[in-house]
Ligand binder design. Sequence first.
Ligand code: AMP
Length: 285
Amino acid sequence: MAKLTIIHTIQELQALLDRNKRQGQTVGFVPTMGFLHEGHLSLVEHARKQNDVVVMSIFVNPAQFGPGEDFDAYPRDAERDAGLATEAGVDILFMPTPEEMYPQEGGIRILPGSQAAELCGASRPGHFDGVLKVVLKLFNIVDPDHSYFGMKDAQQLAIIETFVRDFNLRTTIVRVPTVREQDGLAKSSRNVHLSEDERKEAPAIQQALQKGARLVAEGLPIDEIEQQVSDYIVANSSGSIDYVSLLAYPALTKAIDNTSEVIIACAVKFEKTRLIDNIIISTKG
Ligand code: AMP
């Protein structure tokens, strides 16, 4: 396939994919909320290499936004996204409406476990319930061989890996490294909501995390590392700290003794938007 096919309904998507699958083609899936940037396109690049057909979904999922969060203000540009998806080599772009995805509410909930207790799970109650809800629906709709997720959302990725493993979901999750601006800021659809000054300061987030990684290597106590990372962000930006946490990865527990990797993850609030970033540090060797 060379041309992009844009589809809005589940039925049409499944009819098309059934044809591909009957021909023995493998399907790679890239779920997104749109307003595409190089981070999303890197997921597509990985999917392109490993599958015959690449499906991208663009759906700003109301179920994962809490009251007072930025569901309405979340940036959207369907036309621009379609152009970028075409260039990147997406075959099928699935853009359902909320009514198509959630025609009725039967009241069944999917609750993530302990991995959702910290970080964004703690500061955005119910967020990962909504993520798992849409991810399960999308996996059932698309039935992909491989599904691509970014390490930028490391907690989301860890929870989805557990979900797939524990519930025998028939897709293989592929982790894709975080794509950054030249100055180190993690690419994010929400970066457009930074003011000019905030944009200049925002690389302080990744600098602080890198400093944290050096402190891990030096063996400093966890709370001291978290404090120094927070202090660096506060000293070098106008952002306020939502959280800075050092945890085992991917277990996301505070106990880090028997883990080969730890994560320092943070969320920082600016005037109009909240950014997250993380760094993974190997504790071996
Ligand atoms: P979003 O549209 O923000 O929900 O993100 C959709 C997918 O793209 C998720 O798997 C994200 O982790 C991934 N993603 C977002 N930003 C980046 C980035 N800077 N680098 C790599 N992947 C990303």
